[in-house]
Each structure stands twice: as structure tokens, then as C-alpha cells.
Design a protein around this ligand. Structure first.
Ligand SMILES: Cc1ncc(COP(=O)(O)O)c(C=O)c1O
Length: 407
């Protein structure tokens, strides 16, 4: 598949904004959706609109089949052992909140410790803070170096006999560097510590095999990998999920409900109380099919070309500070967060929007990282497989024009 053929599959890429063809570089926030995903959603609400699991009628059976087929697609995509390990949620945030709560209930006592990295999204900080406050546990922080790489060499000394779990991003949404999850998993497991991975960005840019990574949990959102918004997954090893209590109570998560007490359903339903996003979940089927199709040489070469081009361009301007520039360029995804000397990130984003370019500016949901970098915010361009080198060139040209206007 060529990039042009790929773009044809995404109708929203043909939009115009402020009189310019849209150049959509906010993919880390949410991706565009291919026609196949839109058609799947449409098919469900038009032809199979029914609540799942509960009823004996034909439409309910069709809807249920779609959801379970999506679960099997996700299982295969991430290399999980069983569909029991694939829990549907409303997104990475919901997955991480559920995980932090349940881990707290099952495994955390007063004085225990949890470790997160300095480069986490708020969704992988705040739920752990809330749990630590509730359980009187301590949250510790693994630093990153000046290139944005995790200081893995410091991890060993941060771990104590009280450390119960480490939760880190596979790829930070600010730094765009692939973290060495397998290496972290090995360190964790040598010390009897669990490893949770915030895969919100990792699921898009890496081939995920949860068994090869040996992580205990992996959380991600559907909307960043072309599926419908309001969908997400929490993967967990079956034995661990079985050891956790449920998060929410309600329909479908129960075995029996009596006034004397309730028994719970087996996996994965124990964690799926209430009516899920029954039109959104089946969109994982075409979305993941698209994600697999994108793993072809022209698309990968194009992405590497974008990374090389942008890093070289930024390297020429001493007034541009780039956050996340790893020693090994292979670890960098096409996501670039910058601060420009003497220019406010939001002014740049507003001017570039007038040129048709969609960017993100601000704290990028990572305030502690902004503080440690000594900035109030950044400008972020995040590319997807369907963004072209020409768009990258237009982005750079427009950025310099905008900087000239503001300086
Ligand atoms: C690294 C990371 N973690 C978590 C999230 C939260 O994802 P969501 O808002 O889809 O729940 C994001 C979203 O940008 C992210 O980039």
C-alpha cells in the first residue's frame, strides 16, 4: 500500500481548514478513522443495534458476536494468551483508573510503594496518587535524562522490599521515545514487582506482543488506533486478573446476586459492569486490520523519513529546543514536542491553525514533566502513518514563517 492509497481510506484527511488542505498533526491526541471503521459503526447501529449478552433474540446475538469477535481481534493483535485477558473499557484513562483501584484493594498496604516515571501522562499519575492516598502508600518517581530516556540504571536502587508495582508509558506522549519495556519487566520480576504499561501511544507505533514484553498489564485506547472513541482495553495476565476484586458493580459482572451477598462472573466479564460501548467496540475489527496493513515497507520507510527530516531541521535552529531526542534514533517515533525561544507555544499553534495545520500546544497532560523541563508548555506535532513527507516539509516551512511573525 502506498501512502496515497492509504490516505484514500481516511475521508477526514480530505478536509479543508481555514482555506488550506488540512494537515492533521495531532494524531497522538486522536487519530483519524478509516472508511471501514465508519462503515462498521454504521452497520452496528443500523442493523445490529441491541444490548449484548442479555437477550435471546437474533439482533442481540449478532451484536454479541461482533463484540466477542472484536475481543478475539484484540487478543491476536497484542498476543494475549486468552480472550479472558482482554477487558473492554472506555479508554486508557479508564483502564489505568480501574487497575490502580483494584491493585490498591488487592495488593497495597500502608507504607507500600508504587513507582511511575517522570514522563507520565496525567492518566498514569493521578489514579496512582489517588490510590496511594487511600492506602497510605508512597508514590516514587523514576527520572528521565536530558535526552528524555528513562534512567533505567536508577530503577534498581528505587525498588525496595515495599515496592509492589511500577507503571510506565511504553511511549511518552511528550517525548515520543519507545521505552525498553522488556528490560524494565526483567528488573521488576527479579524483585517480585508487577509491571503495568500505559500503552496509549505504544499500541500505535510498536508491534505489541504482551508475552514477549512480559508486562503484567497493558492499557490502551481505541481512538488512537483508528477505532471509535470511547473504547479501550486493559490487558492483564489471567492469574493476576483473577486475584483482583471487581472495580464497578452492576449488570453482567455477577454470577449470583442475593441479599446476603453477590458472587462475581468470571473473566473478563467481572470487570465489565453495565452496558459497554456496543457500537464502538466492534470497530476494533476493521481498525486493527488497518493497523496491520500499515505495517508495510512504504509506510515504515515514510515514517522513518519524517523522523530523520524533522530532527535534522530542528537541529539547524538553536532557538528550537526539542524534548525527546534519544541516542538511538530508531527509538524515536514521529512525535515532536518543542519550545521556541521567545515565542509562546499557543501563539504558534493558533497561527499554524490559520495555515491549515492542526497541532497540540500546552502542558500535553504532563504537568510534572513540563515543570522538570522548566517550561510552561510545548508545541507538539504528532504524525501518523498517513502523513506525508510533503506535509512534514509544509509544517517546517510554516513553523519558521510563524516564528518570524512572532519574533
Ligand atoms: C501516554 C498516554 N496515556 C494515557 C492517555 C489517555 O488516553 P485517553 O484520553 O484516550 O484515555 C494518553 C492520551 O493522550 C496518552 O498519550
Amino acid at each position: 500500500m502506498t501512502i496515497e492509497e492509504l490516505r484514500q481510506e481516511f475521508p477526514s484527511l480530505s478536509a479543508s481548514v481555514n482555506g488550506h488542505p488540512l494537515v492533521y498533526l495531532d494524531n497522538a491526541a486522536t487519530a483519524m478513522r478509516p472508511r471501514s471503521v465508519i462503515e462498521k459503526w454504521n452497520d452496528i447501529v443500523t442493523n445490529k443495534n441491541s444490548n449484548i449478552y442479555r437477550a435471546v433474540h437474533t439482533t442481540a446475538a449478532l451484536a454479541t458476536k461482533e463484540v466477542e469477535q472484536a475481543r478475539e481481534c484484540v487478543r491476536r493483535f497484542i498476543g494475549a494468551e486468552s480472550t479472558k485477558e482482554v477487558i473492554f473499557t472506555s479508554g486508557a484513562t479508564a483502564s489505568l483508573n480501574m487497575l490502580a483501584f483494584c491493585i490498591g484493594e488487592a495488593f497495597i498496604d500502608r507504607g507500600d510503594e508504587v513507582i511511575v516515571s517522570a514522563a507520565e501522562h496525567h492518566a498514569n499519575i493521578v489514579p496512582w496518587q489517588m490510590m496511594c492516598r487511600r492506602k497510605e502508600a508512597k508514590l516514587k518517581v523514576l527520572p528521565v535524562n536530558e535526552r528524555g530516556e528513562l534512567c533505567i540504571d536508577k530503577l534498581q536502587s528505587l525498588i525496595t522490599p515495599r515496592t509492589k508495582i511500577i507503571s510506565v508509558a511504553h511511549i511518552s506522549n511528550v517525548l515520543g521515545i519507545v521505552n525498553p519495556i522488556r528490560e524494565i519487566a526483567d528488573i521488576c520480576h527479579r524483585h517480585g514487582v508487577l509491571l503495568a504499561v500505559d500503552g496509549a501511544q505504544g499500541i500505535v507505533h510498536c508491534s505489541i506482543d504482551v508475552k514477549a514484553l512480559d508486562c503484567d498489564f497493558y492499557a490502551f485506547s481505541g481512538h488512537k488506533i483508528y477505532a471509535a472513541p470511547g473504547t479501550g482495553v486493559l490487558y492483564g495476565k489471567e492469574t493476576l486478573l483473577n486475584a483482583l476484586p471487581p472495580y464497578m458493580g452492576g449488570g453482567e459482572m455477577i454470577a449470583n446476586v442475593k441479599w446476603e451477598g453477590t458472587t462475581y462472573a468470571g473473566l473478563p466479564y467481572k470487570f465489565e459492569a453495565g452496558t459497554p460501548n456496543l457500537a464502538g467496540i466492534p470497530t476494533f475489527i476493521p481498525a486493527l486490520e488497518m493497523a496491520v496493513a500499515m505495517r508495510c515497507k512504504p509506510v515504515i520507510d515514510n515514517e522513518r523519513g519524517v523522523v530523520d527530516y524533522i530532527l535534522e531541521e530542528f537541529g539547524k535552529d538553536t532557538g528550537i529546543r526539542i524534548f525527546g531526542n534519544p541516542a538511538n534514533r530508531e527509538d524515536k517515533i514521529p512525535l515532536f514536542s518543542i519550545a521556541v525561544e521567545g515565542v509562546h507555544h499557543e501563539d504558534l499553534a493558533l497561527i499554524m491553525d490559520k495555515m491549515g495545520i492542526a497541532l497540540r500546544s500546552g502542558q500535553l497532560c504532563a504537568e510534572p514533566l513540563m515543570d522538570s523541563c522548566g517550561v510552561t508548555g510545548m508545541l507538539r506535532a504528532s504524525f501518523a502513518a498517513y502523513n506525508t513527507l510533503e506535509e512534514a516539509q509544509y509544517f517546517i516551512k510554516s513553523l519558521y514563517r510563524a516564528i518570524d511573525m512572532l519574533r
